[in-house]
Design a protein around this ligand. Structure first.
Ligand SMILES: [Zn+2]
Ligand SMILES: [Zn+2]
Length: 671
């Protein structure tokens, strides 16, 4: 997400500063050049010309050939040096146009040294540069990333105009000095200079974080009173502001009110949805905009692929992949990374690996995405093999995420010893910062291996306070290994830390129930009824012919609900003969047994599975997605369905994949 976030901001800058749509020959490539450019616009501030006409012989200015990207650097360097020497020789005869031409070339060549020489020459000859030339110097310093010099120049200006203010503000914004940008904006308003569309668009991108957002809102109310409310760039920046703050409805309102839509605004709104996990909305909007003929850039594709990964919408994903291949963007590494992520989250590791293998260049994100793919599918050996390849290739160093992925891969893949070895080997090496998550993985590995004493010891000695995730994984291990003593310790810590999380009570109940300690079960259940809140309703979905069918627990909304629930009953009856025994202890409510069973049969993943059994042609695997962790009963149910009906079932829950073939799950019943 962070990555996409950065990309969006970048795209914003490209767009804000790209005014190629304007009917003019000059095509400034960035803000700095654009500042100079709109200085010369007739409606902008008047261009400065020397007040007194110059004698003809002095009008000869330093002439540079038009700057072309093909001209050799050393050649233009030479020209600039020559011109700088000429400046020294001319001494007091240097005029506005000469300085202007010289500074232009310095900006083109990003020559900081050149700019400093020009400034020194001005001081020596006591030439008082007009606002325009001073602004050019600021622009040059910003381009050379010497913000302090730019600011000094700016502060020393006897008078400043809109362009100088906007240039300085954008310099800060671009370098990530957001609070400086905002405070300069406030100063600008106080000094009586009124912002234009570029100032607004720029300063809005500085409104990051919670306090920045408040500023953003205030700036929005200024914009409403200005003539720029419906300006494209301003609108896109506003939309981005709201989307990043999670206020997607506000963002959508701004989007709908834009006079026209372009790739940046479309991308911003799609990514806004995707980043909030509103994947379905992101996909719907993407499809609508595609029909309307929206162009896409690599950021658009990255955002939509994120949404498709969330939805595990394989068919759509393939379609987007096709678009990418046909576009000219197929060489972007970030897109490949997103495709790897999308395919592996859709359960197709072969496709993911094919993309990974064909990448001309890989970043650590590419490796991490592929490793995470194997890890989530419980393919511990593939994780370790790929990691070894990474080390052997020795082109990219692993980072904290790599280590985390490899450790959890070992844990999901039942390779406890390899994981523990790797942890010992990597701890302190490679400059990897170990976070609490890494320690959590080790606790998970130890718990999985049934080494509870060692796990407790490890928790006591680690440099972090254990968090709920760590106790949670230990409690999960206790359930599998039926270790009541340690389970009690972990469970009580957990209930104290997050009393509202219903899942913890359920696991603890299971643990006690498995040992027949019913009075404890009752106690925990009472506590749960009192304190737990169900945060997120469980839902499962399945993609069929590019339509996502979503089911909620005890769903009454799906158009084929009757058919689906009778199929669930049919499946249940048939697998009971093969040993299915409804796990009534996972029902949270105090109702009679029959009703408990009915509630269990209403779980969304069972509905989705039944729907898949009706509609997915025989011989094809049934792929189901679930937003929460799958419960023990549904896991059993799916395993028995796969065994009795000879179907391959794959369920992606919140934390991992369950590939069930012939009644055996890839998670080895540990999740
Ligand atoms: Zn369930
Ligand atoms: Zn499983």
């Amino acid at each position: 997400m962070m990555m996409v976030d950065g990309l969006i901001s970048l795209a914003f800058f490209d767009r804000i500063y790209d005014i190629s749509t304007r009917p003019k020959a000059v095509r400034p490539q960035n803000m700095l050049r654009r500042v100079a450019y709109f200085y010369h616009q007739p409606k902008g501030p008047k261009p400065l010309t020397p007040s007194r006409p110059l004698p003809a012989h002095q009008l000869k200015t330093l002439i540079f050939p038009p700057h072309s990207p093909n001209s050799s650097t050393s050649e233009s360097n030479g020209l600039l040096n020559h011109a700088l020497q000429e400046m020294c020789m001319r001494g007091l005869n240097m005029k506005f146009k000469d300085y202007d031409a010289l500074l232009n070339e310095c900006v083109n060549q990003k020559s900081l040294r050149g700019g400093q020489r020009v400034q020194a020459h001005m001081m020596k000859t006591q030439y008082l540069p007009p606002v325009y030339l001073r602004t050019r110097l600021i622009v040059l310093y910003l381009k050379c990333e010497v913000l302090n010099d730019a600011r000094m120049m700016f502060d020393e200006m006897p008078e400043k105009n809109l362009v100088s203010w906007t240039a300085m503000i954008s310099g800060y914004t671009k370098s990530g000095f957001y609070s400086e940008a905002l405070s300069l904006f406030v100063h600008m308003l106080r000094s009586g200079i009124y912002p234009n569309e570029f100032t607004f668009a720029t300063v809005l991108t500085s409104c990051v974080g919670a306090s920045g957002f408040e500023y953003g809102r205030q700036i929005h109310s200024l914009i409403v009173k200005s003539p720029f409310e419906f300006h494209m760039y301003v609108g896109s920046s506003l939309l981005d502001l709201y989307a990043k703050a999670g206020l997607i409805h506000e963002a959508r309102t701004v989007f709908e009110s834009l006079p026209e839509r372009d790739v940046v605004s479309c991308t911003a709104i799609i990514s806004g949805y995707a980043q909030l996990g509103l994947d379905k909305e992101a996909l719907e909007l993407f499809c609508t905009l595609q029909r309307e003929g929206m162009a896409s850039n690599y950021v658009t594709y990255t955002s939509i692929l994120t949404a498709l990964s969330g939805l595990a919408a394989f068919e759509y994903g393939r379609q987007v992949h096709g678009h990418v291949l046909r576009s000219e963007l197929s060489s972007y590494t970030v897109l490949h990374n997103s495709l790897i992520d999308m395919y592996s989250k859709c359960g197709n590791l072969t496709y993911a690996r094919r993309i990974f293998d064909k990448m001309p260049e890989r970043t650590v994100i590419s490796w991490n995405a592929m490793l995470a793919g194997y890890s989530k599918h419980g393919m511990g050996k593939s994780v370790v093999d790929l990691y070894n390849t990474m080390r052997e290739e020795n082109k990219i160093s692993p980072d904290g995420t790599t280590l985390l992925t490899v450790l959890s891969g070992c844990s999901h893949g039942g390779m406890e010893n390899s994981g523990l070895e790797l942890f010992d080997e990597m701890a302190g090496k490679d400059g990897i910062d170990m976070g609490i998550e890494h320690y959590g993985c080790v606790v998970d590995l130890l718990g999985r291996a049934g080494q509870f004493e060692r796990a407790l010891q490890f928790i006591r000695e680690m440099p972090f306070e254990p968090n709920a995730a760590i106790w949670g994984s230990l409690l999960g291990a206790c359930r599998v290994h039926k270790n009541i003593e340690v389970g009690k310790i972990a469970g009580n810590r957990l209930l104290a830390m997050e009393p509202e999380n219903g899942g913890n009570y359920v696991i603890l109940c299971h643990l006690y129930a498995s040992e027949g300690r019913w009075d404890e079960v009752t106690k925990v259940r009472e506590l749960m009824m009192e304190k737990a809140v169900m945060k997120e309703p469980g839902k499962s979905w399945i993609e069929l012919g590019r339509i996502l069918h979503t089911f909620y627990a005890s769903d009454r909304s799906h158009p084929r609900k009757e058919e689906v629930s009778s199929k669930v009953r049919e499946l249940s009856d048939r697998i009971k003969a093969a040993g299915y025994n409804p796990d009534l202890s996972s029902v949270l409510y105090d109702v009679d047994e029959e009703q408990k069973e009915r509630m269990l049969l209403g779980h969304s993943e069972k509905l989705a599975l039944a729907f898949g059994m009706i509609n997915v042609s025989e011989g094809k695997p049934i792929r189901i997605m679930k937003n929460l962790r799958i419960c023990v009963d549904c896991h059993n149910f799916a395993k028995l369905v796969s065994q009795v009906y000879g179907r391959e079932v794959s369920i992606r829950d919140k934390s991992r994949f369950h590939h069930i073939v012939n009644g055996i799950c890839s998670c080895e019943d540990y999740w």
